[in-house]
Structures are given as structure tokens and as C-alpha cells.
Design a protein around this ligand. Structure first.
Ligand SMILES: C[S@@+](CC[C@H](N)C(=O)[O-])C[C@H]1O[C@@H](n2cnc3c(N)ncnc32)[C@H](O)[C@@H]1O
Length: 223
């Protein structure tokens, strides 16, 4: 599905979120910066927006790798990387979150933005992330959440009736965005995702809602 929309993914993202996604990724990057990582892996990196933002903020001393299992999305990331010499040391490579091509205890910080929702087996993916993190290492999950109660009716009308139609015009693929609306509606609340992260073995989890909790960032630490 992501292969089918890769070429229009960025435009659709910014259009459908009214540009707020830039702000969400900025907050995520700021949180990663605060933990002073030695290296960062951005999972389900897609067209690489989080990886690029991390490179802008972290400087070249900190290796950053973006992994994804969809080659056309990685091609988009690589095409953006090739446009600027500032990104020559960014790595984009194939990697399936169900079976990551990384050693145990090898990474300080992992980011994943709008990826966890698409995992075919969420617990397996979260345990796999825990495996590659060093003790004390942190996972930052930026993902859709269940918005504040008062905002839900407006939001669900937008998701069900407006978003798929606008997305169909922008990408030519309405079904991908029907899928998006469905996965957002069925995704757990902040509290429930925090429990799932703890069930996967993370020691502490802190959740921060953004924009009426349309999205949330979960910061989970390995013991
Ligand atoms: C909605 S996009 C998010 C892309 C990017 N992180 C962003 O913030 O724009 C979801 C991405 O997750 C990737 N993905 C989903 N499941 C995956 C898995 N098991 N392993 C690796 N990538 C996965 C898809 O290929 C797609 O590129």
C-alpha cells in the first residue's frame, strides 16, 4: 500500500494535516535531543522526514539511520537526501521492524513516527525495538491517538468523510486513506498504548498529547 502512494506521500501528509505534522515532528526531535543520544535509528522512516529533522538538529557527530521495509518509500528518502550535501552521511536502508537487522543492545535512541499503527504484530515489533536498545536507551513513538472527548465528533467527521476524498485527489488512492481512517479510529488511547509498551518490557513510559491529543508522543525507557 505504501509503495502505491510513495511518490505523493509527503504532499498528502502536509495537506491532510494542514501542515501541523511539521510541528509534531519538531516536538519529537526536541525530545530526542534532550536525551543526548550517541546514535539514533528512525524506524518505519518512510520518506525520511524525521531522520532529516534529526540530522538538522543533532549535527554530524551522531549517526542517524532510517529503516523501512518499503523500497519505494526509501527511494523517496534517498532522492531527498541527494538534494543536499548536508545529508550525505544519513543512511537509509531496508529493515523490517518485525525482525530488525541490528545487534542486541546497540542503539541509544529509536524513533518511530506513524509506523507502530501499521505493525502486523504490535507486541512483536515493540519487543524487537526493546532488544536493539541499550540499557537506559529510549524509544520515542509519535503516533495518532484518541483525541480529547469534545473534539472527537468533529475529528471523526473529518477522518471518515473529508480526509479520504481529499487524499484521493492528492494521491489517486482513496483506499489507502480509508485504511488510514480505520487504523486511527481503532488505535489505542495514550494510556492503553503506555500499557502495551510496559507489557513489551519497557520500564518507564511517559505520554504527551499534542493538538487535542490527535497525536501523542510516548517516551519509553529500557531498564
Ligand atoms: C505512515 S508512514 C510513516 C513514515 C514516516 N515515519 C513519517 O513520519 O512520515 C508508515 C511507514 O511505515 C512503514 N512500515 C510499516 N510497517 C513496517 C515494518 N514492519 N517494518 C518497517 N517499516 C514498516 C511503511 O513502509 C511506511 O513507510
Amino acid at each position: 500500500m505504501f509503495a502505491g502512494i510513495a511518490g505523493r506521500y509527503d504532499v498528502a501528509n502536509h495537506l491532510l494535516s494542514g501542515g501541523i505534522d511539521f510541528y509534531w515532528r519538531r516536538v519529537l526531535t526536541r525530545m530526542v535531543l534532550r536525551c543526548g543520544p550517541r546514535e539514533v535509528v528512525d524506524l518505519a522512516t518512510g520518506s525520511g522526514d524525521v531522520a532529516f529533522k534529526l540530522r538538522d538538529r543533532l549535527g554530524t557527530g551522531v549517526p542517524i539511520t532510517g529503516l523501512d521495509f518499503c523500497e519505494p518509500m526509501l527511494d523517496e528518502a534517498r532522492a531527498k537526501k541527494n538534494k543536499s550535501p548536508a545529508y550525505t552521511d544519513l543512511e537509509f536502508a531496508f529493515g523490517d521492524c518485525m525482525e530488525l537487522p541490528l545487534e542486541d543492545n546497540s542503539v541509544d535512541a529509536v524513533t518511530i513516527s506513524f509506523g507502530v499503527r501499521n505493525f502486523e504484530d504490535r507486541q512483536r515489533g515493540l519487543k524487537e525495538i526493546l532488544r536493539i536498545l541499550r540499557p537506559g536507551g529510549r524509544l520515542f513513538v509519535l503516533e495518532f491517538s484518541q483525541p480529547d472527548r469534545w473534539f472527537r465528533p468533529i475529528y471523526y467527521i473529518y477522518l471518515k468523510y473529508i480526509l479520504p476524498r481529499v487524499a484521493a485527489l492528492a494521491t489517486g488512492d482513496k483506499s489507502a486513506y480509508d485504511y488510514l481512517a480505520g487504523t486511527i479510529e481503532n488505535f489505542p488511547t495514550k494510556e492503553a498504548l503506555a500499557e502495551q509498551l510496559k507489557a513489551a518490557g519497557f520500564e518507564t513510559v511517559k505520554a504527551t498529547g499534542l493538538t487535542f491529543s490527535i497525536v501523542a508522543i510516548h517516551e519509553a525507557q529500557k531498564a
